[in-house]
Design a protein around this ligand. Structure first.
Ligand code: MHF
Ligand code: KIV
Ligand code: MG
Length: 292
């Protein structure tokens, strides 16, 4: 068994000093699941970003992002698969470890990937334990509703907080028939039932992906635990994006729910092109980069 990562120590002061999303150099206490429910009760929306490595995790943690998700979207953003279906616990654990070792304050959530929890409660528990024990995650996320209530209950009882994920659940794209909005019309009631079942089983939050804004608003009002929207409108308690989409590093076409806050692909491409040109022209390395 791999050694437990030596995560940084928790610190003494209040986690929200300076506001939940305000950047701060001051040490702040680890975000806990009860803090997220308190933000909901106060009506303060909070952000969540994915992270898969140490630099991004440190930057987002310092920027005041209270929850970092090591998503199975690593399948797309790290490993180059065209869906989340192939990625494994073995592939995610090292990324989870990098993020949990790097985030001083953020709550680190790790996705249970496809195939790691569907077979039985026992299988799901063994997979979640790996993400917590080997990866150093503080919580896990799983896709699905009522059907997974027994697993959610068992995980929480055993010390693993669980975030649910409903609506468009990418691991089920072949059943759902592609990347489509879920919970329109009569399906809205099913989504509400699933969300309530996850909450009753002890989930501390529920992601709503590509759900009509009206349905997400209704679920958000019915749940005491926070909803985290992605393509689910403005009335969710929190919002999540894949960081490379948010920062414009994703060279492909981004989904409609993405807002790009930077053009990292442009910045990085230009830097690489200039490095290449300067090596070819002999400008780099200059005298200041040379040892004698
Ligand atoms: N880079 C990245 N961003 C994500 O948001 C993301 C991943 N990867 N991988 C895992 C899942 C898959 N997700 C996705 C990916 C693509 C669409 C998409 O292309 N949506 C289109 C079509 C919507 C429709 O047909 O109604 C869109 O324009 O939004 C949606 C969700 C969300 N997750
Ligand atoms: C898009 C988010 C919610 C996710 O599940 C992931 O990044 O894997
Ligand atoms: Mg995911």
């Amino acid at each position: 068994m791999t050694a437990v990562p030596n995560a940084p120590q928790a610190e003494e002061t209040a986690p929200y000093a300076g506001g939940a999303s305000a950047p701060s150099a001051a040490p702040r206490k680890r975000v806990r699941v009860h803090h997220l429910r308190e933000l909901k009760e106060r009506g303060e929306p909070w952000p969540m970003l994915t992270a898969y490595d140490t630099f991004s995790a440190k930057i987002f943690d310092d920027a005041g992002i209270p929850v970092l998700l090591v998503g199975d979207s690593a399948a797309n953003t790290v490993y180059g698969y065209d869906s989340t279906v192939p990625v494994t616990v073995d592939e995610l654990v090292p990324l989870v470890r990098a993020v949990s070792r790097s985030a001083r304050r953020a709550l680190v959530v790790a996705d249970l990937p496809f195939g790691s929890y569907e077979v039985s409660t026992e299988q799901g528990m063994l997979s979640a334990i790996r993400l917590m024990k080997e990866g150093g995650a503080h919580a896990v996320k799983l896709e699905g509703g009522r059907r997974y209530a027994p697993l959610v209950e068992a995980l929480v009882a055993a010390g693993t907080p669980v975030m649910g994920h409903l609506g468009f659940t990418p691991q089920s794209e072949h059943v759902l028939g592609g990347y489509r909005v879920q919970g329109r019309g009569a399906a809205a009631d099913e989504l509400v039932e699933d969300a309530l079942a996850l909450e009753a089983a002890g989930a501390f939050a529920v992601v709503l992906e590509m759900v009509p804004a009206e349905t997400a608003k209704r679920i958000t009002a019915e749940l005491r635990v926070p909803t985290v929207g992605i393509g689910a409108g403005p009335d969710c308690d929190a919002q999540v994006l894949v960081w490379q989409d948010m920062a414009g590093l994703n060279p492909g076409r981004a989904p409609r729910f993405v807002k790009r806050y930077a053009d990292l692909a442009g910045v990085l491409g230009a830097a690489a092109a200039q490095f290449g040109a300067e090596v070819r022209s002999g400008v780099f390395p200059g005298p200041e980069h040379v040892f004698h």
